[in-house]
Design a protein around this ligand. Structure first.
Ligand code: GDP
Length: 293
């Protein structure tokens, strides 16, 4: 994950780490390299600029140049800023029980897979998960959800005849209550792009089921495009969290690093592969240390 960013950052910081005496000049050079590394990882330019400004301010505030082991201090400051950028301490799910989660996202982002993955994760944490298939436009999506639900032993409800999404949601909720489920996921339809019909339908479903969480599943390999998608969904629906998928492949890191600060919505989970086990809670501090290598 993010190997290229890690390579570039380590080369920018290599010269600083062991340095006993640092000048304003070589610090500025190193920060310039850090900025370039962020930009080439497809981090939004405003985010990269603010990042460098914050690091500079912290360096001045902590009088890094006068201190001992200034190189180490800068690396620590950069680490802390990365954690802040990734969304420090904001990844908890609502503690409501039953927990109702509305899953939204564009087609192909990994929404259905992530629904099953999250169900599996919460099952391990002692929940009784239940999934409701609300994608009435693609019977194959409902089949896929049903297969995954069986495989992971999650409760399942859908209706392959009705096209009334809010009614399916309400019936799914009733079925989940009857099954004594306490984590209920609604897998909604995705389109190739965000359109008003899709949003209107999700809004009606939201009205009916009153979710505790609205999670957007976004393809992390899309870089800045994932950030734009998240912003549009958040403006329309008021998201409570993000699931960033496909961070295994060739994701460069730009989406993960920009999405919280551009949208204000925290990343709560990440998908790191096709299997249902390739999924985890998002830990900003762990990712920051990995990025810094
Ligand atoms: P949906 O249309 O948004 O419901 O997307 P799907 O759940 O059907 O996923 C689309 C494709 O992406 C499938 O082939 C999934 O196996 C794949 N996929 C989903 N999440 C990940 C991930 O984290 N990593 C990788 N490599 N593939 C993923």
């Amino acid at each position: 994950m993010f190997e290229s960013l890690t390579d570039k950052l380590s080369s920018a910081l290599r010269n600083l780490r062991g340095v006993g005496k640092l000048t304003e000049e070589n610090m500025a050079d190193a920060l310039k390299e850090v900025r370039t590394a962020l930009l080439s990882a497809d981090v939004h330019f405003k985010v990269a600029r603010e990042f460098i400004e914050r690091v500079q301010t912290a360096c001045v505030g902590q009088e890094v140049l006068k201190g001992v082991a200034p190189g180490q201090q800068i690396v620590k400051i950069i680490n802390d800023e990365l954690v802040r950028l990734l969304g420090e301490g904001t990844n908890e799910l609502s503690s409501a029980r039953p927990l109702k989660v509305l899953m939204v996202g564009l087609h192909g982002s990994g929404k259905t897979t992530s629904t099953a993955k999250l169900g599996k994760l919460l099952k391990k944490r002692g929940y009784r998960p239940f999934v409701v298939g609300c994608d009435v436009y693609r019977p194959a999506a409902i089949d896929q959800l049903e297969i995954l639900a069986k495989q992971e032993e999650l409760g399942f409800y859908s209706d392959r005849v009705s096209k009334d999404v809010p009614a399916i949601g309400a019936a799914g909720l009733a079925a989940a209550h009857a099954a004594n489920a306490d984590a209920i996921f609604f897998d909604t339809a995705g389109r190739l792009q965000i359109d008003s019909d899709l949003i209107e339908e999700v809004k009606k479903l939201r009205e009916r089921i009153k979710p505790d969480e609205i999670l957007l599943v976004a393809d992390g390999a899309l870089g800045q495009e994932a950030v734009n998608v998240a912003k549009a969904f958040h403006d329309a629906l008021g998201l409570t969290g993000l699931i960033l998928t496909k961070l295994d492949g060739d994701a460069r890191g730009g989406a993960a690093l920009s999405i919280k600060s551009i949208t204000g919505v925290p990343i709560k989970f990440v998908g790191t592969g096709e299997k249902t086990a390739d999924f985890d809670t998002f830990y900003p501090d762990r990712l920051a240390s990995r990025i810094l290598g």
